[in-house]
Structures are given as structure tokens and as C-alpha cells.
Design a binder for this molecule. Sequence first.
Ligand SMILES: C[S@@+](CC[C@H](N)C(=O)[O-])C[C@H]1O[C@@H](n2cnc3c(N)ncnc32)[C@H](O)[C@@H]1O
Length: 204
Amino acid sequence: MNRFTKYVSSQFKNPRGFGGVIISIIQNVLNRAMYNDAATIVSLKHDDRVLDIGYGNGYLLQILYKKQVVDLYGIDISDDAKKMATKKNKKAFRDNHLHLSVGDCCSLPYEESTFDAVTSINTIYFWNDTVKGLSEIRRTLKNGKSFYNIVYTKEYLDTIKYTQIGYKKFELNELKEYGKQAGFENVETKKIMNGKGFVVIYTK
Ligand SMILES: C[S@@+](CC[C@H](N)C(=O)[O-])C[C@H]1O[C@@H](n2cnc3c(N)ncnc32)[C@H](O)[C@@H]1O
């Protein structure tokens, strides 16, 4: 694997510097179908309190804000992601509709039963401990509410060069099993992008 491929892969895992800005914009373009399909499945109300895990440059948060969701939170391990997402969502931030943190989803800085929904696009591949991350998300969800985990299939990721290093690629049955281990009551899946990806819906 060449140095450029390794660099791109590491930027997806933890965007930083000018390279992180460019890679995040490319990612927004490449994943447009994914964001759009996901937005039709994630069902939210105007005043729902929503957390996005691994918000990157804040593209999904921007889509949700345009859909009139006004109580938005996000957590990402990258300081530079916070800068990018703040810039992209200036109005929501200024109007106090958006609260961004830097941190790890395996140790969430929120009270139990805080959120009406949690979303995440293309981040579970990078968590240090999948079941711990899912358990933390479950803890911060209100009863009966869901975590929408939006991912590409293992088969699709296997066809891409830069996902061959640093990515944990999951079979659908593994994602379901980890959800059960984390204590979720119900795990449902929906295909998106003609089967290239899916939304795994974990309900507390
Ligand atoms: C491939 S990018 C996806 C960004 C965004 N969700 C999107 O689809 O545009 C992965 C993001 O997850 C973040 N991330 C990786 N591991 C994380 C963790 N353990 N907790 C929170 N965020 C994490 C990275 O910093 C990066 O911004």
C-alpha cells in the first residue's frame, strides 16, 4: 500500500489540517447518495434532541438543521472536525441550536436518557471498542428511541483501496449481534443505495 493511500485512510479516521478539510469535502461529494437516503429513513421531529457521532465537517448536521431539527449535538474525536463543522453550521451554532464536543463515543459526556435519536455515518469502522460505543449510545438514548448507524457493506468497502487499512469492516449479522450485546431491545436494518450500504436501527 502506498503512502498516499495510507494518508487518505488516516484522514478519514481522524481529519486534521488542510488535508482533512479537502478529504472531508471529497467525502461529502462521494457520499451524497448516502446522506440523502439516510435522511429519508431517520425519522425526527422539530424539537427532538439529536446527537451525531463522528460529525466530520458537519454535513449531516447541516442537512438536519435545514429539515428544521433545532436541538442538535455532535461529538467527534478530531479538534479540526469541530472547527470545520462549526464553520459549516454557523447559523445553527450562533442561534444555540448546535452543541459540538470533541471526544470519543466510547465515553460520552452526556447524562443517561438525553437523546431522542442518535445518528452516525461511516464512523463505527474506527471505534476502539464497538460494544462499548454502542452501550454508551444506548445509555444516552431515551427509552424507545433509536440509534441510526449508517454504513457501507463489507463487500463494498472491500472494493475500495483506502479502506484496506485502519477500517473495521462489519458483516450485517455482526452489527446486529453487537447491538444485542450492548443491550438494545430491537435491531432492524434497511438497505440504502441499491444495497451498497445499510442503516442499522438500534432501538432501546
Ligand atoms: C469517515 S469520517 C465521517 C464523517 C461524517 N460522519 C460524514 O459522513 O461526513 C469519520 C469521522 O469519525 C470520527 N471518529 C472516529 N473515531 C471516533 C470515535 N471513537 N468517536 C467519535 N468520533 C470518531 C473522525 O474524527 C471522523 O470525523
